[in-house]
Design a protein around this ligand. Sequence first.
Ligand SMILES: [Zn+2]
Length: 572
Amino acid sequence: MGAIQKRRLPMTLTELLLPEGARMQVERAEVEDNRLVLTISSATTRARCPYCGTESSRINNHYYRKPADVPCGGYAVQLRIKVPCFFCENEACEHCTFAERFPDVVAPYARRTQRLVTQQQQVAFESSGEAGARLLSIVAMPVSPDTLIRLVRSAPEPVLETPRVLGIDDWAKKTGQTYGTMLVDLERQRPVDVLPDRSAASVEQWLADHPGVEIITRDRSGEYAAGVTAGAAKATQVADRFHLLQNLSDTLKRMFDRQPKKLREAAKQAAEMMATSPAETIEESGMEQAMPGDENASIPTARQDDKPMQDAVQAKPAVPTAAQVRFAEVKTRQAQGWSQRAVVDQLQMSRGTVRRYWSLDDDPERQPGPQSVSSVASYLPALRQRWQEGCQNRKQLFAELQDQGYAGSYASVWRATNRWATDGVIAIRDSTPPLSIPSLSARRAAWLFSTRSDDLEAEQLHLRDALRHVCQGAEEVYDLAQSFGAMIRNRQVDALDDWLPQAKQCAVAEVQRFAESLQRDYAVIKAALQYTWSNGPVEGHVNRLKFIKRQMYGRANFDLLRKRVLGYPQPI
Ligand SMILES: [Zn+2]
């Protein structure tokens, strides 16, 4: 476009419509079937035979080529080029005749001009075949989705310099099943390749083909460690700090997973503390409102549990459940030194259950599911009738419902009747809400331990402190988690050598194992504190890849996905 604007006016039709330097002339322009058809003649009288190179001026005949071109004035454009065919004057040449070629305008045999191919290709790199075809038909460059996909495949490979600093991370092909690998140039912040798996062999091969990488950031998976070490032995390896914090969070979660009863106890203590604190009230929606900081958590958390809150007045079973009895039997034998296999045989239980009980400190009692909370629904008509009759003593109503077979909680009755009270149906007489205890997952507990105090709300601080008092070894683990987090976030290189021996002597086995695994990766962890490089940009490009993958629906073959992630090759 810039080249056209520089030309002096008035321009000829040829200058306006044809690429600069094309040795052609527009003879006629007419609209046919809503297309602008340009009849074009060649301006040359001599041409070289493309097979033998001999020049000729003897024209045998003409034929027409009809490639599509970029649009003009809202019309799709078709060229009708009158192509001269020359006799080859070289008697030794295998070809008697040859057609003139127009290398600046259209490739031999192509049905689109070069500049149209370029524009359609650029659109194809930015959108899926279907969406791209729809867009291009709006701007008068119609093309089929299949052709667009072919254009992406036929685009040349981008020529990329081998990066000095490389970030490696995986991406899920299908969530949690198979993975690919993303390689990003961290200095230029652009992807340099996408691999179809995350094996050590693929990474090793890539690094062998691209010598000269000096620094590599990666997660701590064994595959990448092995691949990088084998493929680029001299490169400095840097553990990604985000992944290290994630490792810590997973360690804490494993510790809390073992102590479900302690989690409930801590949640209860925290709720009681909040209830007695005059300035604060606990919202009925419980944890959801109590932990607003969760969304911006510095530690990654899994999908938040969406359990209904636990009611304070819960009908406790008078006798232990069958599961609790089994659990006690397993734990007794474990304490006596039995093997898991012997317990499986003796108690006729599944190996999976025995293995799970083996690692639990508390019995596997479940929290109330949604059934018991909603069960008040079937008693609502009766309840409402009593309420309107004037019986608004909730304890009385609760007792009456229990006589009718209601197995749910007092809190449910309280909530149901509270709606009528606030609706103004009938005034409230007793309005003391029962104490609500939000459920607390191991993942949330881990988050509370790894988050800085300054980032926690009052309720969250209560909950965290309750965990520290209630759970085994939690005080020590909390201090270790906090100092680890500070060390990683603030890149305190000198702190590592103090932290590791402390953590290795921790009374909690999960933390001990975590420290030992860090010790084995000592050089890589140390580098994480020495270098500023991180996998943040890789994460960004993985997100972009996921977006492209979604755009492509079922057509996301790996070669196509890779091409689109690497992008339209920039002219050099
Ligand atoms: Zn020839």
